[in-house]
Design a protein around this ligand. Structure first.
Ligand SMILES: [Zn+2]
Ligand SMILES: [Zn+2]
Length: 278
């Protein structure tokens, strides 16, 4: 199967699976629901894909192929076998994505880009796809630099991107996982209950659980938080700013980094019971 088909098939399979799981066994009641969010969250995905196609057509996998053909990068210089470079390269990419996520929270102008992901008023499978196109482009630039520096094999880059896409849809989903099972799965993969803490309106909680694939980096660097203070059912999702429903529109999502609203009266948290539209 050609590489783009593998990516698309994996994306479609996980998207459908998580959507069905959310429909059959939702974790929490909605604050806003799907109808007001899905069209723009999915439209952002299309904008991101177009921006990447137009501006970085080679993508990270293209750079991996060039590095490999020219014997460029640390793993090539060390003469490591492809399987070892692949496994270590995968782990390096995951650590870099974790570090990048922390930096996007700490550096004010990067936070302006990343906070669009956090401004969603519910989290579900589509939130895992909702990132500002400039954040996506910066992220790909960083990934390209790492792939070239280390000489990470193309197969590992594709595997990493497919897995990251899948785990992002999984850990943003509103799918219920029995608590006992969550504790077990959480030892290896970031679960929806773990990542939901990261989408809490409380800043200390927003600044925790940065991992997307494995929870280990959060344990290692002391950013792990097991539960939100208000509990999984009581936690308010989103940011103190951008709480107006109009902010869920595509044009508003794209302009959020360039606006500075104050957390005013419309910052009143939407309790989960406020509105259950779907
Ligand atoms: Zn974040
Ligand atoms: Zn998230």
């Amino acid at each position: 199967m050609p590489e783009p088909a593998i990516r698309l098939a994996a994306f479609a399979a996980v998207f459908v699976a998580m959507t069905l799981w959310e429909l059959l066994a939702p974790r929490r009641p909605w604050a806003v629901g799907r109808a007001a969010r899905w069209p723009s969250n999915l439209a952002v995905l299309v904008v991101d894909a177009l921006a990447v196609r137009l501006l970085i057509p080679t993508a990270a996998v293209g750079v991996a192929l060039i590095a490999s053909a020219r014997g460029f990068g640390l793993f090539h210089w060390l003469g490591w076998p492809t399987w070892l470079s692949g496994i270590v390269g995968f782990v390096v990419l995951d650590l870099v994505i974790y570090g990048q996520h922390v930096v996007f929270h700490r550096v004010p102008w990067l936070w302006r880009l990343h906070r669009m992901h956090h401004a969603d008023l519910d989290i579900d499978v589509t939130t895992g796809l909702r990132f500002h196109p400039i954040e996506i482009l910066i992220s790909i630039g960083i990934k390209i630099a790492i792939v070239a520096l280390f000489g990470i094999p193309a197969a590992a880059v594709v595997a990493f991107e497919v897995v990251l896409n899948a785990t992002s849809m999984f850990n943003h989903s509103n799918a219920a996982l029995p608590v006992q099972l969550d504790r077990l799965v959480r030892l290896v993969v970031v679960t929806p209950d773990m990542h939901r803490v990261h989408h809490s309106v409380v800043r200390a909680e927003t600044d925790s659980n940065f991992g997307f694939n494995v929870p280990w980096w959060d344990w290692l660097f002391g950013t792990y938080r097991r539960e939100p203070a208000a509990g999984q059912d009581g936690v308010t999702i989103g940011l103190p700013i951008f709480r107006d429903r109009a902010e869920l529109r595509l044009d508003r999502l794209l302009t959020q980094p360039f606006r500075t609203p104050s957390a005013t009266s419309d910052a009143a948290p939407l309790a989960p019971s406020d509105a259950r539209t779907s």
